[in-house]
Design a binder for this molecule. Structure first.
Ligand SMILES: CC(=O)SCCNC(=O)CCNC(=O)[C@H](O)C(C)(C)COP(=O)(O)OP(=O)(O)OC[C@H]1O[C@@H](n2cnc3c(N)ncnc32)[C@H](O)[C@@H]1OP(=O)(O)O
Ligand SMILES: O=C([O-])CC(=O)C(=O)O
Length: 403
């Protein structure tokens, strides 16, 4: 029988549930896109991305991500006019790019260019939904010139001003290469822009939402997102895929190369995904665009290497290609320099990032998770005997012996 005055020891605190990498953690809702690994599908505002890629241009998809609905003819015309009006490379942005060495990574260049663009906007700190939408559209219009000019200057070529008679993708390619390629190349590029535009709470979008959650401005959030996208575990993988292709050389080398890579437990870029475990919903559409380019440029060697590596890697590991796997060789065939690939992803994903920034700001909560401290136990700085101590330095009885 227990005495009513007996106290029982408190139950030990449950072990904290640490999810490294936030794996499996649901942090918020979003109405912008739905990534469903069970059905291997991706919806933008309810529309399957494959249907958008087949029937719509990137401008229409950008409008959809921001406004929630596809534009009607008048809305699209007005949106396109605004985009065309904002295409030219701003002189101060160009000056900033010119200050950077041509050895700088293009992702560092585009990050800097966006920062200068934002710092030059007198309304930068107006985070109202209307102001943020206007900034999002201005960045969407301005980014192609930044990316195109950077590739050109590294090639020793002069800037190519935009052409008002061209759509977004044709003009992007024109500003990069000084000519408009065949329509099928423009279409393949446009498809890549649509597929890259949005993917729920991926690392760069989450970065943008974290920055927005502190009530910082849209440009700061986009600059942070660019930094997150640069890494090879995320957007930087499209560049890394091309380096792999160069390293492997040809389809015949795949088996011995893979023997070595798997023995060394190397991460093979362009494969694997945090959410999709049985294949990325976007790969078939991008692979079909790549096949068109392979036929157009008559490069069966690229098809052979692509297929050999994908087939053997999936067979040996069960890990499937992600969107960066077909995008890398597609951008290569279009003529982009390999380090420019991830800035192309930036030009597309700025639509998704900014839609999320606006969504986060509309229902904000500061994003600040917890951690479990596993450093050294509390300890104290030794007191130096015989030294006068200024009152403001005696907090906790600690004296800095260097003073
Ligand atoms: C547009 C995009 O951002 S898509 C992603 C682009 N990134 C890449 O292509 C980089 C290569 N891929 C990867 O590093 C990973 O697949 C990620 C980071 C994308 C997702 O990884 P996570 O969900 O964190 O899974 P994780 O990295 O723990 O992988 C699980 C297991 O599969 C292995 N694995 C996953 N992807 C790969 C890969 N590409 N190559 C080799 N092994 C891989 C891991 O080594 C790990 O094995 P282990 O359990 O024996 O340690
Ligand atoms: O969703 C992710 O983690 C990465 C990705 O595919 C994307 O951002 O497009």
């Amino acid at each position: 029988m227990t005495d009513s005055t007996t106290t029982t020891a408190p139950a030990p605190a449950p072990a904290p549930d640490i999810r490294k990498g936030l794996t499996g953690v649901v942090v918020d809702t979003t109405a912008i896109s739905k990534v469903n690994p069970d059905t291997n599908s991706l919806l933008y505002r309810g529309y399957p991305v494959q249907e958008l890629a087949a029937a719509k241009r990137f401008e229409e998809v950008a409008y959809l991500l921001w406004h929630g609905e596809l534009p009607d003819a008048a809305q699209l015309a007005a949106f396109r006019a605004g985009e065309r009006a904002g295409r030219a490379l701003q002189p101060n942005v160009r000056t900033a790019i010119d200050l950077l060495p041509t050895t700088a990574h293009p992702m560092d260049v585009v990050r800097t260019a966006v920062s200068v663009f934002g710092a030059s906007d007198p309304t930068a700190d107006d985070s109202s939904p209307e102001a943020n939408l206007a900034k999002a559209k201005a960045l969407f219009a301005a980014l192609p010139a930044m990316v195109a000019y950077d590739q050109r200057r590294r090639r020793g070529q002069v800037v190519v001003p935009p052409r008002d008679d061209l759509g977004y993708s044709a003009n992007f390619l024109y500003m990069t290469f000084g000519e408009v390629p065949d329509q099928l190349v423009v279409d393949a590029f446009d498809v890549s822009m649509i597929l890259y535009a949005e993917h729920s709470f991926n690392a760069s979008t989450f970065t943008a939402r974290v920055i927005t959650s502190t009530l910082s401005d849209l440009y700061s959030a986009v600059v942070g997102a660019i930094g997150a996208l640069k890494g090879p575990l995320h957007g930087g993988a499209n560049e890394a895929v091309m380096h792999l292709f160069e390293e492997i050389g040809s389809a015949e080398n795949v088996t011995p190369w893979l023997d070595g890579a798997l023995a060394e437990r190397r991460k093979i870029m362009g494969f694997g995904h945090r959410v999709y475990k049985s294949g990325d919903s976007r790969v078939p559409t991008m692979k079909s665009a790549l096949d068109t380019l392979i036929a157009h440029y008559d490069r069966p060697d690229v098809a052979a290497l692509y297929d050999a590596l994908a087939t053997e890697f999936v067979a040996r590991t069960g890990i499937h290609p992600n969107l960066d796997y077909p995008s890398g060789p597609a951008y290569h065939l279009m003529g982009f320099d390999t380090p420019t690939f991830t800035p192309l992803f930036v030009a597309s994903r700025v639509t998704g990032w900014t839609a999320h920034i606006i969504e986060q700001a509309a229902a904000n909560a500061l994003i600040r998770p917890l951690s479990v401290y596993d450093g050294v136990e509390e300890r104290h700085v030794p007191v130096v005997v015989g030294r006068p101590v200024a009152p403001e330095r005696t907090l906790g009885g600690v004296i800095d012996a260097e003073q």
